[in-house]
Design a protein around this ligand. Structure first.
Ligand code: CDP
Length: 205
C-alpha cells in the first residue's frame, strides 16, 4: 500500500485554489477533495430551512450534486454555517480520512494545513488581492449563467474573507510551514507550475 501523501491547499475565496488543486491532483495522480463543497452543501440545506448542524451530521453524496452549490447566495450561507463549531466537527472525520487515504490526496479549503491535516507533507497557501479575486469570481459566475456586478462580488468576497478570518474555530490563516503563492499577477499556467514545483520538492524528500 502506498504511504499517505497529503497536499493541503488553503486560501481565501476565489484565489485559484480549485484550479490549482485539480491540476496538482492530476499531475501527481492524487485524489482531490474540494472541502468548500461540504460547507456549501450544508449552506444549501440551511437555506431550505434545515438546522445547519443536523444537515452537516446527515450530509450524503447527493447533497454535493446540487446545481446551486456554486451560487453567490450559497457561498455566503456556507461561510455562515462554517463558523458553527458543531458543523465543523461533523465534517472533520470524513476530511481526515480522505486526507490520509492510501495513494495520497489533495484537499483545498481554509483549515486543511492548520486543523484537518497538520501533518500534511506539502502545504500551500494560495492568495491574491481582493480585487483580482472578485474579477475572477465575476467571470466564473457569469460563465455559469449567474448575472451580477463587480462591486457586488467584491463586497461578497470581502464579507466572506472577514467571516472566515475572524471566526474563533479554525480561522483562515496560513500554517506556519505553508508556502504562500500570490496569484495576483500569475496566469493559470504560472500558478499551477509554481504549485507543482513546491509539491515535487516535498515528494522528493
Ligand atoms: O470557492 P471559494 O473559495 O469561493 O469558496 P469555497 O472554498 O467553496 O468555501 C465556501 C465557504 O466555506 C468559505 O467561505 C468558508 O467559510 C467555508 N469553508 C471552511 O470554512 N473551511 C473549509 N475547509 C472550506 C470552506
Amino acid at each position: 500500500m502506498t504511504a499517505p501523501f497529503t497536499v493541503a491547499i488553503d486560501g481565501p475565496a476565489a484565489a485559484g485554489k480549485g484550479t490549482i488543486s485539480k491540476a496538482v491532483a492530476a499531475h501527481f495522480g492524487l485524489a482531490h477533495l474540494d472541502t468548500g463543497l461540504l460547507y456549501r452543501a450544508v449552506g444549501v440545506r440551511m437555506l431550505l430551512g434545515e438546522d445547519p448542524t443536523k444537515a452537516a451530521q446527515t450530509l450524503v453524496a447527493q447533497d454535493l450534486e446540487s446545481p446551486d452549490l456554486r451560487s453567490a447566495d450559497v457561498a455566503q450561507a456556507a461561510s455562515k454555517v462554517a463558523v458553527i463549531p458543531d458543523v465543523r466537527a461533523a465534517l472533520l472525520d470524513f476530511q481526515r480520512a480522505f486526507a490520509r487515504r492510501a495513494g495520497g490526496a489533495v484537499l483545498d479549503g481554509r483549515d486543511i494545513g492548520t486543523v484537518i491535516c497538520p501533518q500534511a507533507e506539502a502545504k500551500l497557501f494560495v492568495t491574491a488581492s481582493p480585487e483580482v479575486r472578485a474579477q475572477r469570481r465575476l467571470a466564473e459566475l457569469r460563465d455559469r449563467g449567474f448575472e451580477t456586478e463587480f462591486d457586488t462580488v467584491l463586497a461578497d468576497v470581502k464579507a466572506r474573507d472577514d467571516r472566515d478570518t475572524n471566526r474563533a474555530d479554525a480561522p483562515l490563516r496560513p500554517a506556519d510551514d505553508a508556502v504562500t503563492i500570490d496569484t495576483s499577477s500569475l496566469d493559470i499556467d504560472a500558478a499551477v507550475a509554481a504549485a507543482i514545483a513546491v509539491v515535487a520538492a516535498r515528494r522528493a524528500l
